[in-house]
Design a protein. Structure first.
Length: 319
C-alpha cells in the first residue's frame, strides 16, 4: 500500500491522499519527513509528489509512507508577507506578453512601427483589464442579484474579449493605415503571448487561493488552507494546460512558421475550459445548465472556424 500523511499542528489531517487506504493496513519500509518552510512551492510540490506516488503505486515495486508537515497558513495572498501575490503575477503576465511580442517582431518591423504598436498594445491592455473587471461584476450580478456589491476582481474571458475588441478597433481605425503589413506577424504571435500571460495569471490565482475546483481527497487534489479542505486545483491544471499550448504553438511557429496558431489556440482552450468548468468548486453562476464561461467557450470554438476562413481570405487577397 502507499500512503501520504499530512500533519497539521501534530494532528493527522488526512491519511488517504494517494489511494485512500486505512492507516492500519499500511506496511512501510521508508519514512520521509519533510519540514518545508518555503511555503511558496509547498503545495505545488505536494501535488506533483502525489502524482508520482500514484505512478509508483501502479508499478507495485516499493512500499513506503510519505509524511509532510503542513503549517497552519492560508494560501499566499502576500509574497514575503507584504506584496500582493496576485497583483505581482498579473504584472509579470502582462510584461511577459509584451516582451514576447516585441522579441518576435524585433527584426520584422521598423522603429516607428514598434512605437505605434506599443501604443496599441497599451490601450489594448488597459481595455482588457477594464473589461475583465466589468465581466466579473456582470458575473457577480447574475450570481448574487439583489445582494450584489461591486468587486475589483477580474476574469480571463472578460479581459480576452475586451482586449481583442479594442485591439481590432485600434488596428483597423488607426494602425493599418500607416502599417498595413504587420497583421501577418501579430496573428501568429498573439496566442503565444496570451498563453504565457494566462499561465502566470493562473499561478496568481493559485497563490491567491481562488478559481479552485470541487472538494476531493483523491491523489490529484490539494489541500487549500484558505478553505480548510482538499479540492481539485483547477487553477494549476489550467496553468499547466495553457503552458503546454504555449510550448506547442511556439514550436510550430519557430519550426514551421505556422499560420494557424490563433485558431489552434481557440480550439484547444475553448474545449478545455468548457470541460473544466464542470469541476470548478467556487460558486459558478448558472444560466440554464451551463456557466457563463461555458457559453463563451462554445462561442470561442465557433469563432475558431471563422478565424480560419478569415486567414485564408487574407492569404488570397495578398496573392
Amino acid at each position: 500500500m502507499y500512503i501520504c500523511l499530512v500533519f497539521k499542528d501534530q494532528y493527522v489531517l488526512s491519511y488517504y491522499y494517494v489511494i485512500g487506504q486505512p492507516l492500519g493496513s499500511v506496511r512501510f519500509d521508508i519514512i520521509a519527513l519533510i519540514k518545508n518552510n518555503s511555503q511558496y512551492l509547498f503545495h505545488i510540490f505536494l501535488f506533483f509528489s502525489k502524482f508520482l506516488f500514484y505512478l509508483i503505486f501502479l508499478t507495485q515495486k516499493i512500499k513506503f509512507i510519505f509524511i509532510i508537515k503542513l503549517e497552519k497558513k492560508d494560501m499566499y495572498p502576500k509574497l514575503f508577507g507584504v506584496i500582493d501575490s496576485y497583483t505581482v503575477m498579473m504584472i509579470l503576465a502582462l510584461l511577459s506578453a509584451v516582451i514576447t511580442l516585441f522579441l518576435y517582431t524585433k527584426n520584422k518591423i521598423n522603429k516607428l512601427e514598434k512605437i505605434d504598436l506599443l501604443i496599441v498594445i497599451c490601450v489594448t491592455l488597459v481595455a482588457g483589464l477594464l473589461f475583465a473587471n466589468f465581466y466579473q461584476n456582470i458575473y457577480d450580478l447574475i450570481k448574487y442579484k439583489k445582494e450584489y456589491h461591486y468587486t475589483t476582481a477580474i476574469t480571463f474571458y472578460g479581459g480576452l474579449i475586451g482586449g481583442a475588441i479594442f485591439f481590432f478597433i485600434m488596428y483597423f481605425k488607426f494602425y493599418k493605415k500607416h502599417h498595413p503589413g504587420i497583421m501577418k506577424y501579430i496573428i501568429r504571435i498573439a496566442p503565444i503571448c496570451i498563453c504565457l500571460a494566462h499561465t502566470l495569471g493562473r499561478i496568481g490565482c493559485f497563490l491567491e487561493g481562488c478559481c479552485y475546483g470541487i472538494d476531493s481527497n483523491a491523489w490529484y487534489s490539494l489541500y487549500f488552507s484558505s478553505l480548510g479542505r482538499s479540492v481539485i486545483p483547477t487553477n494549476l491544471y489550467e496553468a499547466v494546460f495553457v503552458f503546454i499550448i504555449f510550448i506547442v504553438l511556439l514550436i510550430l511557429l519557430k519550426k514551421k512558421n505556422y499560420l494557424y496558431t490563433l485558431p489552434l489556440y481557440m480550439f484547444s482552450y475553448s474545449i478545455f475550459r468548457f470541460l473544466i468548468e464542470f469541476i470548478r468548486g467556487d460558486d459558478r453562476a448558472k444560466i440554464g445548465v451551463l456557466s457563463p464561461s461555458q457559453y463563451i467557450s462554445i462561442l470561442l470554438f465557433i469563432c475558431a472556424f471563422i478565424t480560419i476562413a478569415l486567414i485564408r481570405k487574407h492569404l488570397k487577397d495578398e496573392k
